[in-house]
Design a protein around this ligand. Structure first.
Ligand SMILES: [Cu+2]
Length: 146
């Protein structure tokens, strides 16, 4: 009886040691730039697909904005930053996609409330295959414009 209990305890330890490697789709470093009610903001994150299946981010939703879109900022021919709406963002198995100022971002259009540094809100990601993932987003002051 005692030996069985010890084996169970050891098994739990081994499982615990394996846990940190991402075996799922996970988002980290999730933050949004500050914004005013009626204005816009953007959410940035590191999205990792630790599964063995390709997937796609199709859309996102949040209660803090009238509309949420997937955008990519690009330098236009005239030297001005443009934001191009993305129908979806490919997330191949074992890869990561970085959403950052000047690149991919989740655009929050028509904020229903001020987003001040330190505020938190929820954002839900919708995938082609994976179940929805709801994230806690922390608002920060951004150094760079878009
Ligand atoms: Cu945008």
């Amino acid at each position: 009886m005692k030996r069985v209990l010890m084996l169970v305890a050891l098994g739990t330890l081994l499982l615990g040691a394996c846990a940190p490697a991402a075996k799922d789709i996970e988002a980290s470093e999730v933050w949004a730039r500050t914004g005013m009610a009626g204005g816009n903001s953007a959410v940035y994150m590191l999205l990792v697909n630790g599964t063995s299946a390709d997937d796609e981010l199709l859309s996102a939703s949040s209660d803090v904005a009238e509309a949420v879109e997937l955008h990519e900022s690009n330098m236009g021919a005239n030297g001005e930053m443009q934001m191009i709406p993305q129908a979806s963002i490919s997330l191949e198995a074992g890869t990561k996609v970085e959403f950052k100022p000047g690149g991919l971002h989740v655009m929050l259009i028509g904020l229903k409330q001020d987003l001040k540094a330190g505020d938190e809100f929820e954002l839900t990601l919708h995938f082609k295959d994976h179940a929805d993932i709801t994230l806690k987003v922390i608002v920060k002051e951004a150094m760079m414009d878009m």
